[in-house]
Design a protein around this ligand. Structure first.
Ligand code: GLY
Length: 378
């Protein structure tokens, strides 16, 4: 298949580039680039939600190539993140994003007690954010006034694999019970009739009543922020793979069907930042594209049409949005942290992580960091 061949070629070129990037990136935790060069987010915030992704890239590359350099960088980031455990305001719903691609990935490659403990501490903390009345995992923190106690976001679907992992390794079902209760809640309140997802849901934290949805990084209230759609698409797919529950697979397919329908409305461009942004607004988010491609590839194991959609996305990214310039640290460009951000055409480390994961999935060489180790239960 033409697209597969192209993906293999791209991966080869990425392999050469990433070795050089890794050599000059010791000791940092990148989030984005300035003039093509990585920042070091650990200097500003050791708690930032994306701090696991460069480590995830390094573990993927170590798993793929066996090169020690990658492993050294990943282990360094994992140790640095220990500081986050001691900063309570920096422990939030994004523990999965931070400790799956660091401590848990390390355990999967090479089991060790310290990484195992880090993964469990992170999972215990995430489970502790569960509100039994509303059946949701609380999102962000507040100053202690409870103003965000009922705030929930669709992105959190991607943190649930940390809980599934914790149940798997401890044989204690509490973690996955919390994960499935959150997923059931998200299915009910976050997925609209047409398969699109809301970004933020506000609940009464005492009664558990759903109060309203809010806009966040997308175009507005009621719109379809594409990265949120991608988190939902991949997130429900992962819950289906971990639990074997048909209802999560059906939900993932509904979200994916809507994603594909919306993509078709804007042929010849990348994924917009929001499917509801005006058609003459050409701003894109390549991170949403890469995340969706990962979810679609997993869904493709159940229906080939999803693999074809993933290949279309990856072909577009490889041909139009991938930098193979070895002097630049990033892979994908034209990403957006938010529709309302004043930074245009950003690079984002998680866009690069999910592109790499998707390309490795294509040749069945990915380390299962977000996905389960074993064969899918479905
Ligand atoms: N989880 C935050 C974001 O996707 O920007």
């Amino acid at each position: 298949m033409k697209e597969l061949l192209r993906a293999r070629e791209a991966l080869k070129a990425i392999e050469g580039k990433l070795h050089k990037v890794a050599e000059r990136s010791r000791g940092i935790i990148p989030y984005t680039t300035f003039d093509g060069h990585f920042d070091d987010t650990s200097k500003n915030s050791i708690c930032w939600w994306t701090n696991g992704f460069f480590s995830g890239m390094m573990w993927q590359m170590y798993h793929y190539t066996g090169e020690k350099l990658y492993r050294e960088l990943a282990e360094d980031i994992e140790k640095k993140l220990d500081e986050n455990f001691m900063l309570p305001w920096g422990m939030d719903h994004d523990s999965g994003f931070k400790w799956l691609p660091t401590a848990v990935a390390h355990c999967k490659v090479d089991w060790n007690e310290k990484s195992f403990n880090r993964g469990l501490i992170a999972a215990e903390n995430l489970a502790g954010r569960f509100n039994p009345n509303g059946s949701f995992i609380r999102a962000w923190n507040d100053s202690g006034d409870g103003s965000r106690a009922g705030t929930v976001i669709i992105d959190c679907m991607m943190n649930l694999p940390l809980l599934y992992w914790a149940s798997d390794v401890t044989k204690d079902p509490r973690f996955s019970q919390i994960a499935t209760r959150h997923a059931d809640m998200a299915m009910k309140y976050f997925i609209r009739e047409n398969g699109s997802a809301i970004h933020i849901g506000i609940f009464d934290p005492n009664s558990g009543e759903f109060l309203r949805s809010e806009g966040g990084q997308g175009y507005g209230v009621g719109s379809s922020w594409t990265r949120g759609q991608a988190w939902a698409l991949y997130g429900f797919t992962l819950s289906a793979l971990y639990t074997g529950e048909q209802k999560y697979l059906d939900t993932a397919k509904r979200v994916a069907d809507n994603f594909i329908l919306q993509m078709a409305k804007r042929p010849d461009t990348g994924i917009p930042i929001d499917f509801d942004q005006p058609f003459d607004c050409k701003r894109e988010d390549s991170s949403a594209a890469a995340i969706a491609a990962c979810g679609l590839l997993e869904l493709g194991k159940f229906d080939e049409k999803y693999s074809e959609a993933a290949l279309d996305i990856l072909e577009f990214l490889i041909e139009n949005r991938l930098s193979l310039d070895e002097d630049k640290d990033y892979l994908l460009w034209n990403c957006a942290d938010s529709f309302w951000s004043n930074r245009e055409q950003m690079t984002l480390i998680y866009a690069d992580y999910f592109l790499l994961e998707a390309l490795l999935k294509l040749i069945d060489k990915d380390l299962p960091i977000f996905t389960p180790d074993k064969e899918a239960k479905i």
